[in-house]
Design a protein around this ligand. Sequence first.
Ligand code: ZN
Length: 265
Amino acid sequence: MILVLFGSIVRAAELRLFDTHIHYSHDAWEQYPPQDAVDILRQAGLSKAFVSSSPDDGTQRLYRLAPDLVVPVLRPYLKRGELHSWVDDPTILTMLAERLSTNRYAGIGEFHVSGADADKPAVRGLVDLARTHGLFLHAHADADAIVRIFNHDPAARVLWAHAGFEERARIEVMLETYPELRVDLSFRFEHVSGGAVTPAWRKTFLRFPERFTIGTDTYTPSRWLDVGDYLTWIRGWLADLPEPVRSNIAFRNAERLLESNPDAM
Ligand SMILES: [Zn+2]
């Protein structure tokens, strides 16, 4: 009993975390039923999570169980294998419009696009839907595609998944150029060395304290097994940053992105 109580005190004192990159796609449903998935997120100490799934039903299942924790984001895929084909399938816009008229979402994504594909009708249509509904975009895209998205809608608010795996110097230029661009650090590891933030990345975080968020990216079922350990690793390197940068990256920047929706959920 004392141990349980002690455990809850430790948990309460832990840094709040808002995970901006969770998927609950069809291939995870059998292994991790909705209640198990919610339990994993809660046990990892998350206060909130952006959840998007292929298909969207996965997100809705988790949202019904945990509306305080799950913030739905609408993915344009019905199955996991549509990462590359969706840009040539404008009928996806009909599915998105139907979902948007039925359910509430904070954003549209995570979607994958690179280079000139970002000018294709399906992608422009998706960006237009986000603008119409006042939602942010969660884009897994190279810098070139991000530029094209902002050319199409200069007022877009974009959460850049993994910063497109671009290099730090390029990320800085992009952040400087586009004030409404934020970076989700999921699946990035090079900013940490020996558990501490590297000097170069520390400079970047201090220069852009309100632009980075954390995320796990449960893109395959096996990633659900790692959520707790991965977030423990994140808490470790966040502890190496000064306040308020630490809290900004841990949860506040994601909360601000959410609050910047005109009809905030
Ligand atoms: Zn992802």
